[in-house]
Write a protein that binds this ligand. Structure first.
Ligand code: Z5A
Ligand code: MG
Length: 220
């Protein structure tokens, strides 16, 4: 039996990640592809609750500490994610390690330091980056009250996502899987159509072993 595909949706705030993730789940289910949606941060776990309190400014944490908590939140769900893939179920993640790097590095933490804790996590087969200008994203009801939801921060985050895209395309850092950038300023249906074009080839499942993020050797 083929394993499920591991697909990640990334992007700036208000780029439509959650909207597109929900639309993609419906489309996959309609095509009889078993799929599990996983959101990061997963605010339901004990670590996720600490992250939630931080994002809502109910607690204050050192920048390094919150970065490691975001990564720990992925690690605590990594084994379950792998099991799901091996059971033949496609996993769709709404944000993943790339958000972790982009947001923490935009606060001034060293890029390589930010990347380190996520090394060896399951690597996605495909990352879909929803690209939108921060000023355009703001028109979608404006940013909310959480930390990071500021135009200047979003601008820096976009630059960091672009750096990752460049490195991944050149394969500078080893395994990351495929990366595709989609214009998220289009209407919802047009974005969904662009996403389906890159996802459809993965709907039969994957025969290759699950790789590890930023590492050359595969998971045994
Ligand atoms: N963070 C981090 O620092 N480190 C990490 O490791 C991780 C995350 C994983 C919370 O994340 C914060 O955590 C986030 C990054 C940081 N901080 N910021 N910024 P989150 O994922 O929980 O954040 P969120 O609150 O869910 O953000 P976003 O708002 O995710 O937006 P979205 O999911 O991309 O957008 P949406 O909810 O689908 O759509 C937003 C609105 O636009 C909504 O009214 C839609 O109806 C509308 N929309 C959607 N698509 C369209 C189109 N195509 N046209 C017009 N309007 C649209
Ligand atoms: Mg969202």
């Amino acid at each position: 039996m083929l394993r499920g595909a591991f697909i990640v949706i990334e992007g700036l705030d208000r780029s439509g990640k959650s909207t597109q993730a929900a639309m993609l789940v419906s489309r996959l289910e309609g095509a009889n592809v078993p799929v599990k949606l996983q959101k990061f941060p997963d605010r339901t776990t004990p670590i996720g609750k600490m992250i939630d309190a931080y994002l809502r400014s109910e607690s204050d944490l050192d920048d390094h500490t919150i970065h490691l908590l975001f990564s720990a939140n992925r690690w605590e769900l990594a084994a379950q994610l792998e099991e799901t893939l091996k059971a033949g179920i496609t996993v769709l993640c709404d944000r993943y390690a790339f958000s972790g790097i982009a947001f923490s590095a935009s606060k001034g933490l060293p890029y390589e330091w930010c990347r380190a804790p996520d090394r060896s996590l399951p690597a996605p087969d495909l990352t879909i980056f929803l690209d939108i200008a921060p000023e355009k994203a703001m028109e979608r009801g404006g940013y909310g009250d959480e930390r990071y939801e500021k135009e200047e921060m979003q601008r820096k985050v976009r630059e960091l996502f672009r750096r990752m895209e460049e490195e991944i395309t050149k394969d500078t850092h080893g395994v990351v899987g495929a990366w595709t950038t989609i214009d998220a300023s289009q209407d919802k249906e047009a974005v969904a159509q662009d996403i389906w074009q890159v996802v459809e080839p993965l709907t039969d499942g994957c025969s290759n072993v699950i790789r590890r993020l930023w590492q050359q050797s595969p998971i045994p």
